[in-house]
Write a protein that binds this ligand. Structure first.
Ligand code: FE2
Length: 216
């Protein structure tokens, strides 16, 4: 579903609860294995994560792409995410300039955010970037008092990172509450941050970046 935000928008999809429950053990298993890897445990917080601990497999995207680990092309969760991303690409108008049927995976990874952590404002692409075009975040584990995703009204797409969410005026922030089974798709250039994760339990999500070739 397209949700207008400022003079643009994002797309939000919610997986049917029964489907989310059915998919959950397999995702748990894959993520538990991934987050147990010494290469993930030993890695410090990514630059975006402030205030508390966060685990990320972003640096392993070439060898441990989440789209492979979860077999996106052959699993019902993966197919649902890919179909939703295709719909989002249409809703966001990428089809006007790009061949969205020939999308290419860019990076994909998982994040696990612990208490007191927040993500500083960032983009996944700059105005001058070739790829990615579209980013999808699938929320797998979302306890009460989880960090919200916050989109920020800032057209200056020449900087990859901004400040922490509270440094932006309230009228420039638009909050999306995550929940388990929710997929949020946004333009890779859209600046976003998170609020502080206040739960004792972690919040986990998958992130998938895709790019589209230009129309012939
Ligand atoms: Fe992001």
């Amino acid at each position: 579903m397209f949700v207008p935000i400022f003079d643009t928008g994002v797309c939000i999809y919610d997986l049917d609860e029964q489907d989310a429950l059915r998919e959950s053990p397999r995702v748990d298993q894959v993520l538990n294995e991934l987050f147990s890897l010494p290469a993930v445990q030993a890695e410090k917080n990514v630059e975006d994560a402030q205030g508390g601990r966060a685990l990320s497999s972003v640096h392993l995207y070439e060898t441990h792409a989440i789209t492979d680990l979860l077999d996106f092309k052959n699993s019902s969760l993966g197919v649902w995410i890919l179909k939703s991303m295709f719909d989002a690409a249409l809703q966001l108008g990428f089809n006007e300039t790009r061949d969205i049927r020939k999308f290419k995976f860019h990076r994909s990874w998982a994040n696990k955010m612990y208490k007191n952590c927040d993500a500083i404002a960032h983009r996944h692409a700059l105005g001058t970037s070739v790829i990615p075009h579209l980013v999808a975040i699938y929320y797998h584990e979302v306890p009460e008092a989880s960090a919200d995703l916050i989109f920020i009204d800032d057209k200056n797409d020449s900087e990859m990172r901004g400040g922490r969410y509270f440094e932006y005026p309230a009228e420039k922030q638009f909050r999306v509450s995550p929940k388990a089974g929710r997929l949020v798709c946004h333009d890779a250039k859209f600046l976003h941050a998170t609020s502080v994760h206040e739960s004792e339990s972690p919040r986990t999500c998958l992130i998938v970046e895709v790019g589209f070739p230009p129309l012939p």
